[in-house]
Design a protein around this ligand. Structure first.
Ligand code: RB5
Length: 142
């Protein structure tokens, strides 16, 4: 199960990503926002991050206008490694190296075509399980 959430700045891209996940046969839970009206990104960043941290959802996708506010919010929840990505290289690397569990995107930064490729890269890339990356991730929690 993938947790997904956005504020108004990411609302349109969230709709496109949910349609894409559905097309791929991947199940998701939409934590809002449910309208394009102005709202506060920490509400959705926290809701998705808590669902992932609690193990209710394996991965999360968060979108705000830049992806910055919502990723900062998510990264304050223990156990969350949210990565703001604007390209596929970064999306692949953050899975391989950081075992990122939340992808953050900027709805006003990346176009829909690129965003969907980033989502696919993030979801389809496994963690490398390399000893050095496991060590570095555990050092983040100290
Ligand atoms: C909302 O206007 C905007 O500030 C928000 O979507 C996000 O970009 C914050 O980091």
């Amino acid at each position: 199960m993938i947790a997904i959430g956005s504020d108004h700045g990411g609302f349109q891209l969230k709709q496109a990503i949910m349609a894409h996940l559905k097309e791929r046969g991947l199940s998701y839970k939409d934590f809002g926002t449910y309208t394009p009206d102005s709202c506060d990104y920490p509400v959705y960043g926290k809701a998705v991050a808590k669902a992932v941290a609690a193990g209710e959802c394996e991965r999360g996708i968060l979108i705000c206008g830049t992806g910055i506010g919502i990723s900062i919010t998510a990264n304050k929840v223990p156990g969350i490694r949210a990565a703001l990505c604007t390209d596929c290289f970064t999306a692949e690397a953050t899975r391989l190296h950081n075992d990122a569990n939340i992808l953050a995107l900027g709805g006003r930064v990346v176009g829909e075509g690129l965003a969907l490729k980033i989502v696919d890269t993030f979801l389809d890339t496994p963690f490398s399980n390399d000893e050095r990356h496991i060590r570095r991730i555990s050092m983040m929690e100290d």
